[in-house]
Design a protein around this ligand. Structure first.
Ligand SMILES: [Zn+2]
Length: 169
């Protein structure tokens, strides 16, 4: 009977010799901080400090450079602009085709080629519109986002956790 009790004591550690480390740990009482109220900006700052990936970035997009070949236009730095937007060229082209009302449009080695005449300024503002719709996060305004398709619906998801449904092209 007494042997049983001893064994149990050993298991629970109740009769173990004094351990200064353990004692120290126990002596450390939990610290309760005063509840603090943060402003939205302060919270955002703290969030970015913890998640630098989500920090607001700005686009570094060059203005469109065009070459006219008879009735056709070649947008020569189209690939570069899509890379800057981090979006699929086919998706950007689909958007431009709808916005410009042009049917003939194709991605070639030289750039985006289409039949018709466009102004650089108009294309630049279309790129900005595209970015506002399909790249910039609605919640944090960051551009570290991606497009995701779920159940046929298109969503813009961000590293900040925001998820917004966007229009299909
Ligand atoms: Zn975000």
């Amino acid at each position: 009977m007494s042997a049983d009790v001893d064994a149990r004591n050993d298991d629970t550690g109740d009769l173990k010799p004094f351990d200064p480390k353990r004692k120290k740990k126990r002596a450390c009482a939990p610290v309760y901080l005063e509840p603090q109220i943060y402003t939205y900006d302060e919270m955002l700052k703290m969030f970015y400090a913890k998640c630098p990936d989500a920090a607001i970035q700005t686009f570094k997009l060059p203005p469109p450079t065009l070459a006219i070949h008879g009735p056709h236009t070649c947008w020569m730095n189209f690939t570069k602009i899509c890379a800057g937007l981090k979006r699929d060229q086919v998706h950007v082209m689909g958007y431009l085709r709808t916005e410009l009302g042009l049917k003939e449009m194709s991605i070639t080695d030289r750039g985006l080629v289409y039949r018709g005449k466009t102004k650089e300024r108009d294309l630049e503002s279309l790129v900005k519109k595209y970015a506002a719709e399909y790249v910039t996060c609605r919640a944090c305004r960051g551009i570290n986002t991606r497009l995701e398709r779920k159940n046929r619906l298109l969503f813009l998801t961000c590293v900040c956790g925001s998820k917004t449904r966007v229009e299909d092209i």
